[in-house]
Write a protein that binds this ligand. Sequence first.
Ligand SMILES: *Cc1c(COP(=O)(O)O)cnc(C)c1O
Length: 396
Amino acid sequence: MNSAQWIAKGDKYIMRTYGRYPLVPVKGEGCYLWDADGKRYLDFLAGVAVNNLGHCHPRVVAALQKQAAELIHCSNYYHIPTQIELAEILCSHSFADRAFFCNSGAEANEAAIKLARKYSREKYGQDRYEIITALASFHGRTMATVSATGQEKVQKFFDPLLHGFVHVPFNDAGALAKAVTPNTCAVMLEPIQGEGGVVVPDAEYFRQVRRLCDENNLLLIFDEVQVGIGRTGKLFAHEHFGVTPDIMTLAKALAGGAPIGTMLAREELAASFGPGTHGSTFGGNPLVTAAGVAALRTILEEGILNHTEEMGEYLMGELEGLKKRFSFITDVRGIGLMIGMELSVPAGDIVKKGLERGVLLNVAQDRVLRFVPPLIVGKKEVDEMIEILTGILAEI
Ligand SMILES: *Cc1c(COP(=O)(O)O)cnc(C)c1O
């Protein structure tokens, strides 16, 4: 079937929860995708910061093929070697002592919310359950994570929301301090807001947040679902800010495209999640964790973090060049290969034109072009994207 036929059939059977572009990708390799008509696209979205190693990375493909032939799924009633290996790698490269595995970013945040509440109530009493999060944040689409998310467009239609979430402006430690009450148990933040439009806070912000948490015995939860796993040139984005959380959530890029999520915590907190307190049927199953081990080892062993930093600087420089040329570009910001370009005009049409011209771009918050290419992107691909983008911007 060709693209138009797939799109027509999809319109008949798939729920309309996404505003989909008229693209039917059927094959991927590195930074490129091919659609059902054989047209090639340069992918600067990477499945929303999921395909950090590009499409069908050979090490991830090999791990999936091998594991699929040996054991796809058993149950968390048993011990799963690939899950244990993945947990070991994550813990040995972070502040964390233990990992809980699930299937998505929202589920990882659900786990973090449940652990923060359980631990805090056991330690400080029944009234400790409130979690402070940021306005314009994004934490997922389940009821608890919708309640945690500081965006009305995600929350409307789903009242009543879960009780116990308070939203404050991001990058404002004073507002956060004012929101702390005797009921507060945790602060949950993205190190860089992704869906919120690639918002990078001041260097001082997280140090102030950490101090506030320490003074009030609050847990600091970092949602690194989008920015973790090398996206910013460090394995975890919070490393840029010199601040350590108590709980961290990961998902998107963790398993090279296989669906996975994890919640990591220090031992003292992890002790609160005993047998029967939380769980997931598929969470951390052999297939996805085999992919996770392969993806993470590739990132750590093949110089991907340094390459990300280098390519991030190169892409940032090119985008700064465009900013000098086009007055409607008001800001270029980001760390590593997590870059936003803010415009004074809506960015939607740019994405549509990009699609026609063979490059996949993305827009967050209407006026911010978000660049999250595979971390393996080279100068050649950056140049190709910049050339197409320049042509589109020149028509505005
Ligand atoms: C994507 C994202 C989520 C939700 O992840 P899902 O896998 O879609 O549930 C949560 N937090 C952040 C910061 C994200 O970018």
